[in-house]
Design a protein around this ligand. Structure first.
Ligand SMILES: Nc1ncnc2c1ncn2[C@@H]1O[C@H](COP(=O)(O)OP(=O)(O)OP(=O)(O)O)[C@@H](O)[C@H]1O
Length: 263
C-alpha cells in the first residue's frame, strides 16, 4: 500500500487503524489507506459496507472514531479544516422555497460575509452555477427542480468556497447516463485545478472513471489501487470483475480457518 506521507507529496487523507463503532457494531475495522492529492479517488462498495461512515469520519461528523485519521495535514474534525473541505451528503440540502441563485447567495453570504466581499460572492456564485451547468436554471425554484438538478445545487454549494478536498457521497445516484458522464467530467476538471476528490458509489462502472480506488466490503478495505493495476493484478477486464475476484478470495480466506476447525 502506498504511504504518501513518506513520499514527496503528502497524502490528502491518511488513515492508520481507523475504526468506527456505531451503536453496538464495529462498522469500520482498522482501515489503512492513503488518498493522493489532486486526484479523483473512488470509494466503492456495496450498500451498507461503510462508505458514508468513512466519509463522515473524514469530514469530522462521526462519533466513536479511533486510530489515526489525518486530513490535509490535520486530525479529522480539526477546526482549521472547516473551510477547506466541501461535503455533499446523499440528501440534497437546499431550500425548496428559494431559487437556485438565492440558495447559492445564502450560502455564499455565510462563507464570505460582509459588504466588502460582495463582488467575490457574485463571482463565486456565477462560477459554481456554471460548473454544475445550472446557469440557465438560476432563477428556478429549487423545489421545482428534478432530483438530479437538486443534487447539482448541493454540489454547487460545496464548490462555493473552492475547497481543497471535496467529499461527495453517491453524487450520481439516480442520474441518467448523460448527467453521470457530465458530472464525472466536472469532477476531473475540479481535480485538474488541484483539488482532491473522494467520491463514493456503489455502481462499479463508475470505478473506471477514477484515478484511484478504495474498494470496500463489510467495513474493510479490499483494495487501494488504480483501476488499471486492479484489473491487471486480478487478470480481469473490468474493475467490477476484479472486485468480485477479491470478494471471493476474502470469503475463501474467512472460510479456511472454519473448515480447518471442522475437520
Ligand atoms: N446509527 C447507526 N447505528 C448502528 N449502525 C448503523 C447506524 N448507521 C448505520 N449503521 C450501520 O453501519 C453500516 C455502514 O453504514 P453506511 O451508511 O456507512 O454504509 P454505506 O456503504 O454508505 O451504505 P449506502 O451505500 O447504502 O449508503 C451499515 O451496516 C449500517 O447498518
Amino acid at each position: 500500500m502506498v504511504n504518501y506521507s513518506e513520499s514527496a507529496t503528502p497524502a490528502a487523507i491518511l488513515a492508520h487503524g481507523l475504526t468506527v463503532v456505531r451503536g453496538d457494531r464495529t462498522v469500520l475495522r482498522g482501515l489503512d489507506f492513503a488518498v493522493p492529492p489532486g486526484r479523483v479517488t473512488g470509494l466503492l462498495g456495496p450498500s451498507g459496507c461503510g462508505k458514508s461512515t468513512l466519509m463522515r469520519a473524514i469530514v469530522g461528523t462521526q462519533a466513536k472514531v479511533t486510530g489515526t485519521l489525518d486530513v490535509l495535514g490535520h486530525p479529522a474534525g480539526d477546526a482549521a479544516l472547516r473551510s477547506r473541505i466541501g461535503y455533499v451528503t446523499q440528501a440534497p440540502s437546499v431550500y425548496d422555497d428559494l431559487t437556485v441563485r438565492q440558495n447559492l447567495d445564502y450560502f455564499a453570504a455565510v462563507l464570505l460575509p460582509g459588504r466588502a466581499l460582495r463582488e467575490d460572492r457574485r463571482t463565486a456564485v456565477d462560477r459554481a452555477l456554471h460548473d454544475v451547468d445550472l446557469t440557465s436554471h438560476a432563477d428556478a425554484l429549487a423545489g421545482r427542480l428534478s432530483g438530479g438538478q437538486r443534487s447539482r445545487v448541493s454540489l454547487a454549494v460545496a464548490l462555493l468556497g473552492t475547497p481543497e478536498l471535496l467529499v461527495l457521497d453517491e453524487p450520481t445516484v439516480g442520474l441518467d447516463p448523460v448527467l453521470r458522464r457530465d458530472l464525472w467530467n466536472l469532477f476531473h476538471r475540479i481535480a485538474d485545478r488541484g483539488a482532491t476528490l473522494l467520491v463514493s458509489s456503489h455502481v462499479m462502472d463508475e470505478a473506471e472513471r477514477c484515478h484511484r480506488l478504495l474498494l470496500m466490503r463489510e467495513g474493510e478495505i479490499l483494495a487501494d489501487d488504480t483501476p488499471e493495476a486492479l484489473r491487471r493484478r486480478n487478470d480481469t477486464l473490468t474493475v467490477e470483475d476484479a472486485f468480485l475476484h477479491l470478494v471471493d478470495a476474502a470469503n475463501a480466506r474467512a472460510a479456511a480457518p472454519l473448515e480447518e476447525s471442522q475437520r
